[in-house]
Ligand binder design. Structure first.
Ligand code: MCA
Ligand code: AMP
Length: 501
């Protein structure tokens, strides 16, 4: 077995960063030295006199912050696989993750503990409160190898339920190295982190890259303009990374400020060394509006949970609106036609396929899904792109059943599956329709059961107990029947047309 120190690299690098401040959360802060000490104690608590967790799955439920980073490093240092949970998920969604990943322990703290206590008791999962995990001694911790599993993130494929994407320590380190090189991360960088911490945008692109470099992260429990803008105006940050919906909301928010308040905020953004957008397509109009407002040219990049970041506009050179640039360091990309031919020329669209050390290991406990997602060792992203004048441009997705809303990937099939349990719904079809704020909005066409009437608000209320907020339908059409083709299959493009104004 290979015995490199990839993620222990994150740890050994932290030793070099010593007393530098790693994370600032409200009025608390933690140095790299303290983060190492705290995570070692958490690891000791998890190990409970064993030598190694041997890839046991340990779920964690925290927003971005000192506890999150300490728990993640503690799980890793004990030899466990970290399974970060979505704070906004409903209990059925959390249950799916806990049971699919066969989680044995869950680390959390007040007030989040209350949400999962009963469920975990039912599932036989031990809940550990971080406040009580302060082992006085720190035993020798296991040696981690690059090929060991480190993390499982749940993401919707075109299957109805989200699948667990397994990344190794080596894969995560490769993702970090690639971005640190491409975007010139530095020790004196300071970045705000307000994204959910169950996806790589927050976990890898922001937190892990920063901690790798000895930089400083200021965390916020969620995106909230009132809390973030004062730091921007005070020139606290050198870097900023967000999804397009957040830039849309920032533009609205900044425009609503009076001129005296607006000026320092715009200057704060203008003074940053880099601002990045990703996780969904950044509309050209938002790119230009942001540049007009702040003078910052956003760098758009493209990635996916299974592969990390793959394509990026350059740090130096042209950042082209509507394009995602070129392959990142250590990432191999090819475009392939529907017939399986590799495209060599510009201007010919094909599916993006990816190879390289950052690509995930497998879908947890799902060898069939894993096998289907690779062809000749290349991962099939399901995204279509074209190369134009040297830059890749994303054209859309192969599957109509994948929706991107607010930066979250949603499975139309998963939402349909949940809605079909509604007592008044006979049939339904979910599609994503263009939306200025969310990129795509969830729209549902329903055929009611005889004697039932359906309204959007009550449907959202009912569904809100089963699905996270961002999955709830925003638009509803009640129809006598769903459009189908000659084979009887629902035709989603026609369903979409039902929502055209
Ligand atoms: C929330 N609402 C929505 C949506 N989300 N409505 C339609 N579509 C949505 N997607 C509604 C809520 O129901 C609520 O309505 C109101 O908006 C406010 O909800 P709230 O949750 O407070 O919204 P927010 O705080 O403004 O959140 C928007 C957000 C958040 C900040 C953009 O969604 C977010 O943090 N997204 C980032 C996701 C992310 O990190 N993705 C990266 C995945 P009402 O008021 O009526 O109740 S990783 C990835 O994609 C790859 C690897 C990559 O390339 O990065
Ligand atoms: P996820 O499965 O949550 O990791 O989402 C990954 C998906 O987000 C990709 O497969 C793309 O469809 C989409 N995506 C990420 N970045 C971009 C981008 N810059 N432009 C268009 N789509 C993007």
């Amino acid at each position: 077995m290979q015995t490199t120190e990839h993620t222990t690299d994150l740890i050994s690098r932290a030793q070099e960063h010593g007393d530098r401040i790693a994370i600032v959360e409200g009025d608390r802060q933690i140095s790299y030295r303290e983060l190492l000490d705290r995570s070692a104690r958490i690891a000791a608590g998890l190990l409970d006199n064993r030598a190694d967790l041997d890839e046991q799955r340990v779920a964690m439920l925290f927003p971005a912050g000192i506890d999150y980073a300490s728990a993640q490093w503690g799980i890793w240092r004990a030899g466990g696989i970290a399974v970060p949970l979505n704070l906004g998920a409903t209990l059925p969604e959390i249950e799916h993750v806990l049971t699919t990943a066969q989680v044995s322990n869950l680390v959390t703290a007040a007030p989040y503990r209350d949400k999962v206590q009963t469920l975990c008791a039912q599932l036989g999962i031990r809940v550990l409160d971080l406040a009580e995990m302060n082992s006085p001694s720190t035993p020798a911790l296991p040696r981690l190898t690059a090929d060991r599993r480190a993390m499982i993130l749940f993401t919707s494929g075109t299957t109805s339920k989200p699948k667990g994407v397994v990344s190794t320590h080596g894969g995560i380190a490769a993702q970090i190295r690639s971005l640190v090189n491409a975007w010139g991360w530095r020790q004196d960088d300071r970045i705000p982190l307000f994204l959910p911490m169950h996806h790589i945008h927050g976990i890898v692109n922001i937190q892990s890259c920063a901690l790798w470099c000895g930089a400083r992260v200021r965390t916020f429990p969620a995106f909230d303009m009132q809390s973030i803008l004062p730091g921007v105006a005070a020139r606290e940050f050198t870097l900023f990374m967000a999804v397009p919906t957040i830039y849309v909301k920032l533009i609205e928010g900044i425009n609503a400020l009076d001129p005296d308040a607006r000026k320092p905020v715009c200057e704060g953004f203008a003074g940053m060394r880099l601002m990045v957008s990703g996780s969904a397509a950044l509309p050209v109009e938002i790119h230009r509006t942001w540049e007009g407002l702040t003078g910052q040219t956003l760098l758009e990049r493209y990635g996916m949970t299974e592969i990390g970041m793959a394509l990026s506009n350059p740090l130096q050179g042209e950042r082209r609106p509507g394009a995602v640039g070129m392959p990142l360091p250590e990432v191999e990309i090819r475009l392939v036609t529907e017939q399986g031919e590799v495209i060599q020329a510009e201007d010919s669209p094909g599916e993006i396929q990816v190879r390289g050390p950052a690509v995930f290991k497998e879908y947890w406990n799902d060898p069939n899904a894993t096998a289907k997602s690779f062809v000749d060792g290349w991962f099939r992203t399901g995204d279509m792109a074209v190369i134009e004048h040297g830059y890749f441009r994303i054209m859309g997705r192969l599957s109509v059943d994948i929706i991107k809303s607010g930066g979250y990937k949603l499975s139309a099939l998963e939402i349909e599956d949940a809605l079909l349990r509604h007592p008044g719904i006979a049939e339904c079809a979910v599609v994503g329709v263009p939306d200025d704020t969310w990129g795509e909005a969830v729209a549902v066409a329903v055929v009611p059961k005889a004697g039932h009437s359906l309204e959007l608000e009550s449907l959202r209320e009912w569904a809100g107990e089963r699905m996270s907020r961002y999955k709830l339908p925003k638009l509803l059409q009640v129809v006598p029947k769903l459009p189908r083709n000659a084979m009887g299959k629902v035709t989603k493009p026609e369903v979409r047309r039902l929502f055209e104004i």
